[in-house]
Design a protein around this ligand. Sequence first.
Ligand code: IMP
Length: 432
Amino acid sequence: MRGRNIVVVGAQWGDEGKGKVVDLLTKNVGAVVRFQGGHNAGHTLVISNEKTVLHLIPSGILHDNVDCLIGNGVVLSPSAVLDEIAQLEARGVEVRERITLSPACPLVLSYHVATDIAREKARGSEKIGTTGRGIGPAYEDKVARRGVRLGDLYHGEGFATKLADAMNYHNFMLEKYYNAATVDFQQTFDETSRLAEEIEPMVGDVGSVLHDLNSRGENILFEGAQGALLDIDLGTYPFVTSSHTMAGAASVGSGFDSSRLDYVLGIVKAYSTRVGAGPFPTELFDAVGRHLADKGREFGSTTGRPRRCGWFDAAAVKRVVKMTGLSGLCMTKLDVLDGLETIRVCTKYEGSDGESASTRFGSEYYSELSPLYEDLPGWQESTAGARDLKDLPENAQAYIRRIEEWVDAPIAMISTGPDRHDTIVLTEVLGK
Ligand code: IMP
């Protein structure tokens, strides 16, 4: 017997409400695994009116008896992970016995943050709008093969040498290229060494743990961060994050057999949002945009920045469905559309059938494509908290059916409010 394995990814630009969906599905799994990103992510969970924001620790942690793992594809800030553990412990959630951190996680340390901030400043009006957490520079170090990894912390001399090499590089760039303050080696070494001791009992071989869980028949949930359109290769480059956010990353980012991934659930908001700079063809700057921002409380959970809001972009999601192979979708925040007279959906872009589109998708030139919309009638009734499809107004049901057709994927779940119970389940993606 082996367990069933599901990957949950954002199918837009992040902030689709993955945390709630992961939390809901966790009741049917033995483990939840993060496989990419770092503490740039922000997963907001509301359980019995209590709000918890997680950045690094898998959303499954709030369920007893569920193992939580952080795979090698995640860039790990030792201070961020310990802060988050302390916050959870203060709420009575036991973490240390249930979490495994891969020794192959590249570390995010203070010099990465300094480089991230200096680089954004230097880009001026061309800045990416990063979360300022040092994520990009940490991934750069990994690819440049100068990264310091979690496992290095337990090899005394090796750690000192690797840290010195990496910091020499960063401090040179900070001082000579960015004209910014450098970061002190000894302080970084001492602080990180101190944190290393506290982290050590949690370090383990994530790939083997996953393999064993699977062999014992446990279901495993792979929890994506950010969204498919922020993928480093396939997103709106260079306005992207520095990791692979597509479902394929679940395997290489955790050391788990890709042929054993059974289902990919893509999370989409009923409209679109984006934080930071970059193309967003369906962005709204009018009263409807404000309606979405206000009613959807669209502020970043990591940085508090206001999110840009716009209509649902079915053309973009359809591309994601094709590229990452979404088995089904969960649509979130449907209730935010309540009360709108007309709802627009971008179904394709002007000229997108032509050759010119191929160089624009997956790049910053994507913004040059003009969306073509179809209008659907809105609904005045409240959908907030609906738990059955037949409780939704007819126009809301029609909206869902049309989106399924446009993006070419079935909608398996609909979220109608922040609480885990405010959900309509159309397909049991994990079974019982
Ligand atoms: P970085 O990941 O901090 O380098 O930021 C790169 C881009 O990804 C910026 O546009 C960020 O706003 C965006 N980003 C990073 N993490 C998230 C997230 O969890 N939700 C939404 N956008 C994110």
